[in-house]
Write a protein that binds this ligand. Structure first.
Ligand SMILES: [Cu+2]
Length: 62
């Protein structure tokens, strides 16, 4: 994915990365390429309590 916006501000030069640290109360907007992939994949928080509370979801590319 590429982080294209952090805390409401556009990122000047997005780079490809697998994880991003999102500070409490903040947000990020990401761009994901599905050119070479179809099917389902998950996104989730690495803090297990958060993940169990709903910070996990499915993305399906058809
Ligand atoms: Cu979290």
């Amino acid at each position: 994915m590429q982080i294209i916006e952090q805390a409401g501000r556009p990122v000047d030069s997005p780079v490809w990365q697998d994880v991003v640290n999102v500070l409490a109360g903040s947000s990020v907007r990401v761009r994901i390429s599905f050119d070479d992939f179809t099917g389902k994949t998950v996104y989730h928080c690495h803090i297990l309590d958060h993940e169990d509370s709903g910070m996990m979801g499915l993305i399906e590319d058809r």
